[in-house]
Design a protein around this ligand. Structure first.
Ligand code: CA
Ligand code: CA
Ligand code: CA
Ligand code: CA
Length: 89
């Protein structure tokens, strides 16, 4: 399973979209690290983009402090007001 843009969503999931059908326009761009469905992320994010411009990379926002995108310790990569707040713990 490739993830060409490193946004944590496999190319297949990006192209097929939530309904698994590549013929419907619900997919995301498998070559755009800022275009993805947060719910479809299954791999650690490896891109270095900061899509919402809050100064925290999408990788840090989605992976969270434990580096695992499957745990709910990350922040919203599309919300510039949602930052990593591990210092508050
Ligand atoms: Ca991807
Ligand atoms: Ca993408
Ligand atoms: Ca960010
Ligand atoms: Ca954010």
């Amino acid at each position: 399973m490739g993830d060409c843009d490193g946004d944590g969503v496999t190319d297949a999931d990006e192209i097929n979209g939530p309904d698994g059908d590549p013929a419907t326009p619900d997919g995301t761009d498998s070559n755009d690290a800022c275009d993805y469905d947060v719910a479809d992320i299954s791999l650690p994010v490896t891109s270095t983009v900061d899509c919402d411009g809050d100064g925290v990379t999408d990788a840090d926002e989605i992976n969270g402090p434990d580096g695992d995108p499957n745990t709910a310790d990350g922040t919203d990569p599309n919300d510039p007001c949602s930052l990593i707040h591990q210092v508050l713990r």
